[in-house]
Design a protein. Structure first.
Length: 302
């Protein structure tokens, strides 16, 4: 038995016959999705310092590379966690609209072992942001999308990533979804389990770490400028990344947003935690809200 899935292939179990060297489908997910109309590939792009970074890209087979496709770029980049192209039932909403879904496998993850992880942690954290920004630029250069059609998303450590890059390169993105992110890098150790992340981020108790954390902290690097449209997500019972991170971040971002046409909103999940505790109904509404926000801000009718 072999299990296979990808961004465009629902989970499927195949039975392999060693006598005939052939396989046949044994079980397939009931997802109503025509996988034969779509393609997923792994490409590589060059980051700011010349590092070759992998990226997964999914879209329809007949996609025209004219820079008009609504695109959602996802990233995480930390804690030695590899990004894998699992099938997600919410992605077809984008693909069926002629959109593109991409996952940037930035440094900080575990894709190439401990060396790849260490290249995106502590004093090397800026590499993660550079990798993600370069991923967005790559999608534009290759003709998939444009800055007016590019959205980004990340949760937890990925929320930190999204918050950091829209400070550093706000004009590259049209929409941003920073979810349950660690936004106050100077005080994260003070809350619940935050102290345990010092091995990944560094500690303000160390002068070198303090300066590095201050250099990219999403909260502390907000300035008066034109930001993309932002929908922040947090949860009132999140005891891993406490919601005050997102509360302070959203409030400061609203104050310093110079573009009056691009909203800064926050959605606070009630009686839910760090990505947990949501009913199916709540999840459906949340994803519908995300797609609606993204398409509306891009001027796309659905």
């Amino acid at each position: 038995m072999v299990n296979f899935e990808s961004l465009v292939h629902p989970p499927t179990v195949y039975m392999y016959d060693f006598s005939s060297y052939s396989s046949k489908e044994y079980y397939s997910s009931k997802a109503k999705f025509d996988k034969d109309k779509y393609v997923m590939k792994r490409d590589f792009y060059e980051s700011k310092d010349g590092t070759r970074v992998p990226i997964f890209i999914a879209h329809s087979k007949d996609l025209v590379l004219d820079g008009l496709a609504p695109t959602l770029l996802y990233g995480y980049g930390g804690f030695n966690i590899s990004q894998k192209p699992y099938f997600n039932k919410t992605i077809p909403v984008l693909l069926e609209k002629g959109g593109v879904y991409a996952i940037a496998c930035t440094r900080g993850g575990g894709e190439y072992g401990q060396e790849w992880h260490e290249a995106g942690m502590l004093q090397n954290k800026q590499n993660v942001f550079d990798d993600f920004i370069s991923a967005g630029e790559y999608l534009i250069i290759e003709g998939y999308t444009s800055s007016d059609r590019l959205a980004i998303r990340g949760g937890s450590n990925g929320g930190t990533l999204v918050g950091a890059v829209i400070n550093q390169k706000p004009n590259l993105f049209r929409v941003a979804f920073p979810e349950v992110g660690v936004m106050d890098m100077l005080r994260y150790e003070e809350f619940t389990i935050g102290w345990a992340w010092a091995v990944e981020y560094g500690s303000v108790k160390n002068e070198k770490d303090f300066k590095n954390l201050l250099s990219y902290s999403p909260l502390h690097n907000i300035v008066e400028q034109s930001y993309p449209s932002v929908l922040v997500y947090t949860a009132d019972h999140d005891d891993r990344v406490v919601p005050s991170h997102s509360y302070k971040y959203a409030a400061k971002l609203q104050k310093h947003q110079s573009s009056k046409k691009d909203p800064i909103l926050i959605r606070i999940g009630e009686s839910t935690g760090h990505g947990a505790g949501r009913s199916v109904d709540k999840r459906i509404k949340e994803y519908a809200e995300k797609w609606a926000f993204m398409f509306y801000e891009m001027g796309i009718k659905y």
